[in-house]
Design a protein around this ligand. Structure first.
Ligand code: NAD
Ligand code: WQD
Length: 335
């Protein structure tokens, strides 16, 4: 079967393309390269000894999409393409809604015209909102999101629910990712943010490789065991494999949501210690003021994914650190 992977030249997309090719799927990647790299796909080909088809194009471009669907016999779509920086979304809400919501509508229309009704969507733990008790469970309703990025994910979940109501053969899996980190075990592909990293792991890796002086730990006075925020970090290859598991559950019509996380919260200080002990590289850090919008802690109850998809996270925190460091030290400036 051929899978269309939108955003497949990005961080999670490129790792998922490896898992898909390894599992025997043919892959067509559609990416406009606004935050991805064609080099990542060359490296995917080195890892798997198979090459995905790459189309440089935009999910908002209906002509490009209808051409793509007429040329390839797509069985299902894994939809990663989108903008993902929380802070930027506050400054540029229209861009975020245009790409994340508008782009998804354009994509769904093209899928419908081509008779393609299966989608795995990159959602986020952020849809549980500001007030949800932890661990987050799929039975909890979506909550109040605090920024346009989070709101765009919640809106797309809602529109996919409405789409599956209207189209009886439609089948959608919403994967709510917690905090993906790490890199493929080969060290050939990994996370390569443009500019100053927003997220903890890539920032820490850039400090370790000497690109940044020190890590700022945002807040040391949270109501958590060591005063720093706790998150549910999962290995990007576990996340990638979750998409392959989700594809096989797309025979069932309707929409289903699954948390993809480990179920174990880890603090920022524990992350620093784990990185240092696994790599032998010290991370200079300073505890500074809290970052606006951060929740003290949240993590997944991942049991539904195990029951419904047969998926659970297999790689531990040490592997996440070792694999991040292999990628970053072999590619200090990224791709
Ligand atoms: P990423 O930025 O590395 O990948 C997204 C890819 O989409 C990039 O290659 C980019 O060039 C492409 N893209 C963006 N707009 C496009 C458009 N209009 N047309 C075609 N391609 C376009 O991000 P990622 O971390 O790999 O995230 C993938 C998806 O997972 C995103 O939807 C993101 O919101 C979601 N997600 C990410 C995280 C995370 O922590 N990384 C957590 C939860 C959900
Ligand atoms: C993790 C922890 C920070 C950077 C974000 C999005 C979320 C999802 C994943 C897509 C927090 C602390 C961070 C730094 C720090 N994305 N930190 N110093 O905020 O949990 O989630 O990415 O859906 O929507 O909000 O991840 O990696 O930014 O932060 O101390 O330089 O690390 O305060 O406690 P977050 P993160």
């Amino acid at each position: 079967m051929t899978i269309l992977v939108t955003g497949g030249a990005g961080y999670i997309g490129s790792h998922t393309v490896v898992s898909l090719l390894d599992a025997g799927f043919d892959v067509v990647v559609l990416d406009n390269l606004c935050n991805g790299s064609a080099e990542s796909l060359s490296r995917v080909a080195s890892i798997t000894a198979k090459a995905p088809v790459f189309i440089e194009g935009d999910i908002r471009d209906s002509v490009c999409l209808s051409d793509l669907f007429s040329r390839y016999d797509i069985g299902a779509v894994i939809h990663f393409a989108g903008l993902k920086a929380v802070g930027e979304s506050v400054l540029k809400p229209l861009d975020y809604y245009e790409t994340n919501v508008g782009g998804t509508i354009t994509l769904l229309k093209a899928m419908q015209s081509a008779g393609v009704h299966k989608m795995v969507f990159s959602s986020s733990a952020t849809v549980y909102g500001l007030e949800a008790p932890t661990p987050y469970e799929e039975t909890q309703p979506r909550g109040t999101t605090s920024n346009p990025y989070g709101s765009s994910k919640a809106m797309v979940e809602r529109l996919l629910e409405d789409w599956t109501q209207a189209v009886p053969e439609a089948s959608v899996v919403l994967l709510r990712y917690f905090n993906p980190i790490g890199a493929h075990e080969s060290g050939l592909i990994g996370e390569d943010p443009q500019g100053i990293p927003n997220n903890l792991m890539p920032f820490m890796a850039q400090v370790a490789v000497g690109r940044r002086d020190k890590l700022s730990v945002f807040g040391g006075d949270y109501p958590t065991p060591d005063g720093t925020c706790r998150r549910d970090y999962l290995h990007v290859m576990d996340l990638a494999e979750g998409h392959v598991s989700a594809l096989s559950s797309l025979e069932q019509p309707g929409v289903r949501a699954f948390n993809l996380g480990t179920g174990a919260p880890v603090s920022v200080l524990e992350m620093i210690r784990a990185f240092e002990s696994q790599t032998g590289v010290q991370i200079p850090f300073e505890i500074v003021a809290r970052r606006a919008g951060d929740l003290p802690e949240f993590w997944a109850n991942p049991e539904k994914a195990q029951r419904g998809l047969g998926w659970f996270a297999k790689r531990d925190l040490d592997a996440m650190m070792v694999d991040t460091w292999r990628w970053q030290s072999n590619n200090p400036e990224g791709y």
